[in-house]
Design a protein around this ligand. Structure first.
Ligand code: ATP
Ligand code: MG
Ligand code: FE
Length: 345
Protein backbone atom coordinates (compact mmCIF):
# COMPACT_ATOMS: atom_id res chain seq x y z
CA UNK A 1 0.00 0.00 0.00
CA UNK A 2 1.52 3.30 -1.08
CA UNK A 3 0.45 6.44 0.79
CA UNK A 4 1.07 9.98 -0.37
CA UNK A 5 1.37 12.37 2.60
CA UNK A 6 0.79 16.14 2.39
CA UNK A 7 1.57 18.60 5.20
CA UNK A 8 0.65 22.29 4.98
CA UNK A 9 -0.58 23.29 8.45
CA UNK A 10 1.77 26.21 8.97
CA UNK A 11 4.93 27.37 7.23
CA UNK A 12 6.32 24.12 5.83
CA UNK A 13 5.12 22.35 2.70
CA UNK A 14 5.91 18.66 3.09
CA UNK A 15 5.29 15.81 0.66
CA UNK A 16 6.17 12.15 1.21
CA UNK A 17 5.57 8.68 -0.14
CA UNK A 18 5.31 5.93 2.47
CA UNK A 19 5.04 2.29 1.57
CA UNK A 20 3.41 -0.01 4.15
CA UNK A 21 5.99 -2.72 3.45
CA UNK A 22 9.15 -0.82 2.46
CA UNK A 23 8.74 2.26 4.69
CA UNK A 24 9.49 5.81 3.65
CA UNK A 25 10.42 5.92 -0.06
CA UNK A 26 11.03 9.65 -0.49
CA UNK A 27 10.06 12.99 0.94
CA UNK A 28 10.53 16.66 0.13
CA UNK A 29 10.14 19.77 2.24
CA UNK A 30 10.04 23.49 1.65
CA UNK A 31 10.36 25.74 4.67
CA UNK A 32 9.01 29.30 4.44
CA UNK A 33 11.11 30.46 7.39
CA UNK A 34 13.19 32.89 5.32
CA UNK A 35 10.05 34.43 3.79
CA UNK A 36 8.40 35.09 7.18
CA UNK A 37 11.58 36.13 9.01
CA UNK A 38 11.36 39.78 7.96
CA UNK A 39 7.90 40.01 9.58
CA UNK A 40 9.06 38.38 12.82
CA UNK A 41 6.45 35.61 12.56
CA UNK A 42 4.28 33.62 10.18
CA UNK A 43 2.02 35.76 7.94
CA UNK A 44 -0.94 33.43 7.26
CA UNK A 45 -1.86 34.81 3.82
CA UNK A 46 1.74 34.57 2.59
CA UNK A 47 1.96 31.04 3.98
CA UNK A 48 -1.12 29.90 2.01
CA UNK A 49 0.11 31.45 -1.23
CA UNK A 50 3.51 29.83 -0.87
CA UNK A 51 1.98 26.38 -0.26
CA UNK A 52 0.13 26.83 -3.58
CA UNK A 53 3.44 27.57 -5.32
CA UNK A 54 5.34 24.64 -3.78
CA UNK A 55 3.01 21.71 -3.65
CA UNK A 56 3.14 20.56 -7.29
CA UNK A 57 6.94 20.82 -7.78
CA UNK A 58 7.51 19.03 -4.45
CA UNK A 59 5.12 16.24 -5.44
CA UNK A 60 6.90 15.85 -8.78
CA UNK A 61 10.35 15.58 -7.20
CA UNK A 62 9.11 13.17 -4.52
CA UNK A 63 7.58 10.86 -7.14
CA UNK A 64 10.77 11.04 -9.18
CA UNK A 65 13.02 10.29 -6.21
CA UNK A 66 10.85 7.32 -5.24
CA UNK A 67 10.69 6.04 -8.82
CA UNK A 68 6.90 6.06 -8.63
CA UNK A 69 4.07 7.57 -10.68
CA UNK A 70 0.71 8.99 -9.59
CA UNK A 71 -0.96 5.75 -10.66
CA UNK A 72 0.99 3.83 -7.98
CA UNK A 73 -0.61 5.79 -5.10
CA UNK A 74 -3.26 3.90 -3.11
CA UNK A 75 -4.44 6.66 -0.76
CA UNK A 76 -3.71 10.30 -0.02
CA UNK A 77 -3.16 11.42 3.58
CA UNK A 78 -3.17 15.11 4.38
CA UNK A 79 -3.17 17.35 7.45
CA UNK A 80 -6.76 18.31 8.28
CA UNK A 81 -5.80 20.33 11.36
CA UNK A 82 -4.92 21.91 13.67
CA UNK A 83 -3.14 24.83 12.02
CA UNK A 84 -3.73 27.96 9.96
CA UNK A 85 -7.00 27.57 8.09
CA UNK A 86 -5.80 29.05 4.78
CA UNK A 87 -2.63 26.96 4.84
CA UNK A 88 -4.56 23.80 5.72
CA UNK A 89 -7.05 24.49 2.93
CA UNK A 90 -4.29 24.46 0.32
CA UNK A 91 -3.06 20.97 1.26
CA UNK A 92 -6.56 19.67 1.82
CA UNK A 93 -8.04 21.00 -1.44
CA UNK A 94 -5.01 19.77 -3.39
CA UNK A 95 -5.18 16.31 -1.81
CA UNK A 96 -8.92 15.94 -2.35
CA UNK A 97 -8.73 17.17 -5.96
CA UNK A 98 -5.84 14.83 -6.76
CA UNK A 99 -7.65 11.93 -5.10
CA UNK A 100 -10.77 12.67 -7.10
CA UNK A 101 -8.77 12.77 -10.33
CA UNK A 102 -6.97 9.51 -9.49
CA UNK A 103 -10.13 7.89 -8.09
CA UNK A 104 -8.35 7.14 -4.79
CA UNK A 105 -9.52 7.63 -1.19
CA UNK A 106 -8.14 10.18 1.28
CA UNK A 107 -7.12 9.98 4.93
CA UNK A 108 -7.43 13.29 6.82
CA UNK A 109 -4.74 13.29 9.52
CA UNK A 110 -4.40 15.11 12.83
CA UNK A 111 -1.14 17.08 12.71
CA UNK A 112 -0.24 16.21 16.32
CA UNK A 113 -0.85 12.54 15.68
CA UNK A 114 1.72 12.93 12.91
CA UNK A 115 4.24 14.44 15.36
CA UNK A 116 3.39 11.82 17.96
CA UNK A 117 4.00 8.89 15.62
CA UNK A 118 7.06 10.41 13.88
CA UNK A 119 9.58 8.47 16.06
CA UNK A 120 8.19 5.33 14.39
CA UNK A 121 10.01 6.47 11.23
CA UNK A 122 13.36 5.81 12.90
CA UNK A 123 15.43 2.65 12.47
CA UNK A 124 14.85 1.70 16.13
CA UNK A 125 11.15 2.51 16.52
CA UNK A 126 9.40 2.49 19.92
CA UNK A 127 6.76 -0.13 20.63
CA UNK A 128 3.44 0.67 22.31
CA UNK A 129 2.61 1.54 25.03
CA UNK A 130 4.75 4.58 25.82
CA UNK A 131 4.65 8.00 27.43
CA UNK A 132 4.92 10.77 24.84
CA UNK A 133 6.28 14.22 25.51
CA UNK A 134 4.96 16.33 22.66
CA UNK A 135 6.85 19.61 22.56
CA UNK A 136 6.15 21.65 19.45
CA UNK A 137 5.67 25.28 18.47
CA UNK A 138 2.01 25.31 19.46
CA UNK A 139 1.62 22.43 21.92
CA UNK A 140 3.15 20.93 25.05
CA UNK A 141 1.51 17.73 26.25
CA UNK A 142 2.34 14.56 28.12
CA UNK A 143 0.34 11.59 26.92
CA UNK A 144 -0.03 7.91 27.51
CA UNK A 145 -0.02 6.29 24.08
CA UNK A 146 -1.31 2.71 24.05
CA UNK A 147 -1.64 2.39 20.28
CA UNK A 148 -2.64 4.30 17.16
CA UNK A 149 -5.60 6.46 18.23
CA UNK A 150 -5.40 5.36 21.88
CA UNK A 151 -4.22 8.52 23.59
CA UNK A 152 -4.70 9.61 27.18
CA UNK A 153 -3.82 13.17 28.11
CA UNK A 154 -1.72 13.23 31.29
CA UNK A 155 -0.88 16.93 31.37
CA UNK A 156 -0.42 19.98 29.18
CA UNK A 157 0.64 23.59 29.21
CA UNK A 158 -1.77 26.06 30.73
CA UNK A 159 -0.39 28.92 28.60
CA UNK A 160 2.59 29.07 26.21
CA UNK A 161 3.90 25.98 24.42
CA UNK A 162 7.55 25.02 24.93
CA UNK A 163 8.50 25.98 21.35
CA UNK A 164 6.62 29.26 21.72
CA UNK A 165 8.54 29.99 24.94
CA UNK A 166 11.82 29.26 23.11
CA UNK A 167 10.84 31.53 20.20
CA UNK A 168 9.56 34.39 22.38
CA UNK A 169 12.60 34.28 24.67
CA UNK A 170 14.86 34.21 21.61
CA UNK A 171 13.12 37.35 20.33
CA UNK A 172 13.69 39.07 23.68
CA UNK A 173 17.38 38.19 23.33
CA UNK A 174 17.45 39.84 19.90
CA UNK A 175 17.52 36.65 17.83
CA UNK A 176 15.64 36.47 14.51
CA UNK A 177 12.41 34.46 14.13
CA UNK A 178 12.02 31.55 14.73
CA UNK A 179 14.71 31.70 17.36
CA UNK A 180 14.30 28.39 19.23
CA UNK A 181 17.18 26.57 17.57
CA UNK A 182 19.35 29.74 17.55
CA UNK A 183 18.73 30.30 21.27
CA UNK A 184 19.77 26.74 21.95
CA UNK A 185 23.02 27.21 20.03
CA UNK A 186 23.73 30.44 21.91
CA UNK A 187 22.98 28.71 25.21
CA UNK A 188 25.79 26.24 24.57
CA UNK A 189 28.26 29.12 25.03
CA UNK A 190 26.51 30.31 28.18
CA UNK A 191 27.49 29.86 31.82
CA UNK A 192 24.78 27.83 33.60
CA UNK A 193 25.79 29.23 36.99
CA UNK A 194 25.43 32.93 36.18
CA UNK A 195 21.64 33.35 36.35
CA UNK A 196 18.88 31.14 37.72
CA UNK A 197 15.39 31.51 36.29
CA UNK A 198 12.19 30.08 37.82
CA UNK A 199 11.09 26.49 37.08
CA UNK A 200 7.34 27.07 36.70
CA UNK A 201 5.05 24.41 38.18
CA UNK A 202 7.94 22.06 38.90
CA UNK A 203 6.33 21.12 42.21
CA UNK A 204 2.69 21.53 41.20
CA UNK A 205 2.04 17.85 41.91
CA UNK A 206 0.45 17.32 38.49
CA UNK A 207 1.76 16.92 34.95
CA UNK A 208 0.77 20.37 33.69
CA UNK A 209 3.17 23.06 32.53
CA UNK A 210 3.26 26.85 32.40
CA UNK A 211 5.89 28.77 30.49
CA UNK A 212 4.61 32.33 30.20
CA UNK A 213 6.16 33.31 33.56
CA UNK A 214 9.53 32.00 32.43
CA UNK A 215 9.32 34.18 29.34
CA UNK A 216 8.52 37.16 31.59
CA UNK A 217 11.55 36.29 33.73
CA UNK A 218 13.70 36.47 30.59
CA UNK A 219 12.16 39.86 29.79
CA UNK A 220 12.98 41.14 33.29
CA UNK A 221 16.56 39.87 33.00
CA UNK A 222 16.96 41.57 29.62
CA UNK A 223 15.57 44.85 30.98
CA UNK A 224 17.96 44.74 33.94
CA UNK A 225 20.88 44.40 31.54
CA UNK A 226 19.72 46.91 28.92
CA UNK A 227 22.81 49.04 29.28
CA UNK A 228 25.11 46.15 30.01
CA UNK A 229 27.89 45.94 27.42
CA UNK A 230 28.77 42.39 28.51
CA UNK A 231 28.79 40.35 25.30
CA UNK A 232 28.48 37.17 27.31
CA UNK A 233 25.14 38.29 28.77
CA UNK A 234 22.90 36.98 25.99
CA UNK A 235 24.57 33.55 26.01
CA UNK A 236 24.28 33.30 29.81
CA UNK A 237 20.62 34.40 29.72
CA UNK A 238 19.88 31.89 26.94
CA UNK A 239 21.55 29.19 29.03
CA UNK A 240 19.54 30.13 32.12
CA UNK A 241 16.31 29.89 30.11
CA UNK A 242 17.25 26.56 28.60
CA UNK A 243 18.35 25.10 31.95
CA UNK A 244 14.97 26.04 33.44
CA UNK A 245 12.75 24.74 30.64
CA UNK A 246 14.74 21.53 30.17
CA UNK A 247 14.61 20.75 33.89
CA UNK A 248 10.82 21.17 33.95
CA UNK A 249 10.31 19.04 30.81
CA UNK A 250 12.60 16.29 32.10
CA UNK A 251 11.21 16.16 35.65
CA UNK A 252 7.59 16.10 34.45
CA UNK A 253 8.43 13.34 31.93
CA UNK A 254 9.98 11.27 34.76
CA UNK A 255 6.87 11.85 36.83
CA UNK A 256 4.66 10.70 33.94
CA UNK A 257 6.71 7.50 33.59
CA UNK A 258 6.38 6.87 37.31
CA UNK A 259 2.65 7.60 37.32
CA UNK A 260 1.91 5.27 34.38
CA UNK A 261 4.44 2.60 35.36
CA UNK A 262 5.76 2.65 31.78
CA UNK A 263 9.40 2.35 30.83
CA UNK A 264 9.41 3.99 27.42
CA UNK A 265 9.42 7.69 26.68
CA UNK A 266 8.93 9.15 23.22
CA UNK A 267 9.77 12.78 22.51
CA UNK A 268 8.15 14.45 19.51
CA UNK A 269 7.84 17.93 18.01
CA UNK A 270 10.34 20.65 17.18
CA UNK A 271 11.71 21.15 20.70
CA UNK A 272 12.60 17.45 20.62
CA UNK A 273 15.55 18.55 18.47
CA UNK A 274 17.03 20.39 21.46
CA UNK A 275 20.44 18.97 22.34
CA UNK A 276 20.35 19.78 26.04
CA UNK A 277 16.89 18.20 26.39
CA UNK A 278 18.13 15.05 24.65
CA UNK A 279 21.34 14.87 26.71
CA UNK A 280 19.44 15.33 29.96
CA UNK A 281 16.79 12.71 29.08
CA UNK A 282 19.49 10.27 27.89
CA UNK A 283 21.34 10.66 31.21
CA UNK A 284 18.13 10.03 33.19
CA UNK A 285 17.28 7.05 30.98
CA UNK A 286 20.67 5.46 31.74
CA UNK A 287 20.33 6.18 35.44
CA UNK A 288 16.73 4.97 35.78
CA UNK A 289 16.83 2.28 33.11
CA UNK A 290 14.05 3.40 30.80
CA UNK A 291 14.18 3.76 27.01
CA UNK A 292 13.88 7.13 25.32
CA UNK A 293 13.10 7.54 21.62
CA UNK A 294 13.32 10.64 19.46
CA UNK A 295 12.36 11.27 15.86
CA UNK A 296 15.30 11.69 13.47
CA UNK A 297 16.22 15.38 13.55
CA UNK A 298 14.66 16.06 10.14
CA UNK A 299 11.29 14.70 11.38
CA UNK A 300 11.16 16.75 14.61
CA UNK A 301 9.69 19.81 12.94
CA UNK A 302 6.85 19.72 10.39
CA UNK A 303 7.23 17.34 7.46
CA UNK A 304 5.20 15.23 5.06
CA UNK A 305 6.73 11.91 6.14
CA UNK A 306 4.97 11.92 9.51
CA UNK A 307 1.63 12.61 7.81
CA UNK A 308 2.10 9.79 5.28
CA UNK A 309 3.12 7.46 8.13
CA UNK A 310 0.16 8.47 10.33
CA UNK A 311 -2.20 7.96 7.36
CA UNK A 312 -0.77 4.51 6.71
CA UNK A 313 -0.94 3.48 10.40
CA UNK A 314 -4.52 4.75 10.57
CA UNK A 315 -5.54 2.61 7.59
CA UNK A 316 -3.73 -0.40 9.04
CA UNK A 317 -5.49 0.19 12.38
CA UNK A 318 -8.84 -0.02 10.61
CA UNK A 319 -9.76 3.65 10.21
CA UNK A 320 -11.76 3.71 6.98
CA UNK A 321 -10.34 5.82 4.17
CA UNK A 322 -12.76 8.48 2.98
CA UNK A 323 -14.04 8.82 -0.60
CA UNK A 324 -12.39 11.80 -2.31
CA UNK A 325 -14.27 15.03 -2.86
CA UNK A 326 -16.05 16.46 0.19
CA UNK A 327 -13.68 18.08 2.66
CA UNK A 328 -13.29 20.45 5.58
CA UNK A 329 -10.29 21.58 7.58
CA UNK A 330 -10.21 21.81 11.36
CA UNK A 331 -7.93 24.70 12.43
CA UNK A 332 -8.76 24.06 16.13
CA UNK A 333 -8.77 20.39 16.96
CA UNK A 334 -7.74 18.96 20.34
CA UNK A 335 -5.94 15.65 19.87
CA UNK A 336 -8.07 14.07 22.57
CA UNK A 337 -11.09 14.37 20.29
CA UNK A 338 -9.66 11.36 18.50
CA UNK A 339 -11.47 8.79 20.61
CA UNK A 340 -9.92 5.34 21.00
CA UNK A 341 -9.36 3.97 17.54
CA UNK A 342 -11.89 6.39 16.07
CA UNK A 343 -11.57 7.85 12.59
CA UNK A 344 -9.61 11.06 12.21
CA UNK A 345 -12.47 12.51 10.17
P1 ATP B 1 2.43 22.58 16.21
O1 ATP B 1 2.96 21.29 15.70
O2 ATP B 1 2.18 22.58 17.69
O3 ATP B 1 1.27 23.06 15.44
P2 ATP B 1 4.71 23.72 14.90
O4 ATP B 1 4.35 22.80 13.81
O5 ATP B 1 5.03 25.13 14.59
O6 ATP B 1 3.57 23.69 16.02
P3 ATP B 1 7.08 22.17 15.21
O7 ATP B 1 7.33 22.28 13.76
O8 ATP B 1 6.93 20.82 15.80
O9 ATP B 1 5.92 23.12 15.71
O10 ATP B 1 8.30 22.83 15.99
C1 ATP B 1 8.71 24.15 15.79
C2 ATP B 1 9.19 24.66 17.11
O11 ATP B 1 10.35 23.94 17.54
C3 ATP B 1 9.59 26.12 17.07
O12 ATP B 1 9.01 26.78 18.17
C4 ATP B 1 11.12 26.07 17.16
O13 ATP B 1 11.69 27.18 17.75
C5 ATP B 1 11.32 24.84 18.01
N1 ATP B 1 12.67 24.28 17.86
C6 ATP B 1 13.23 23.78 16.74
N2 ATP B 1 14.51 23.38 17.00
C7 ATP B 1 14.73 23.62 18.33
C8 ATP B 1 15.84 23.43 19.20
N3 ATP B 1 16.97 22.91 18.77
N4 ATP B 1 15.68 23.80 20.50
C9 ATP B 1 14.53 24.32 20.94
N5 ATP B 1 13.47 24.55 20.17
C10 ATP B 1 13.56 24.20 18.87
MG1 MG C 1 7.17 25.47 11.09
FE1 FE D 1 3.97 20.87 13.94
Amino acid sequence: MLILGIESSCDETGIALYDSAAGLLAHALHSQVAMHAEYGGVVPELASRDHVRRVVPLLRSTLENAGKSLADIDAIAYTRGPGLSGALLVGCAFAEALALALDKPTVPVHHLEGHLLSPLLSSDPPVFPFVALLVSGGHTQLMKVSGVGAYELLGETLDDAAGEAFDKSAKLLGLPYPGGALLSRLAEQGDPARYTLPRPMLHSGDLDFSFSGLKTAVLTLVREHQDDPDAQFRADAARAFQEAIVEVLVKKSLKALKQTGLQRLVVAGGVGANRQLRASLDAEARRRRFRVHYPELEYCTDNGAMIALAGCLRLQAGTPAKPAGAFAVQPRWPLMQLADGAAAC
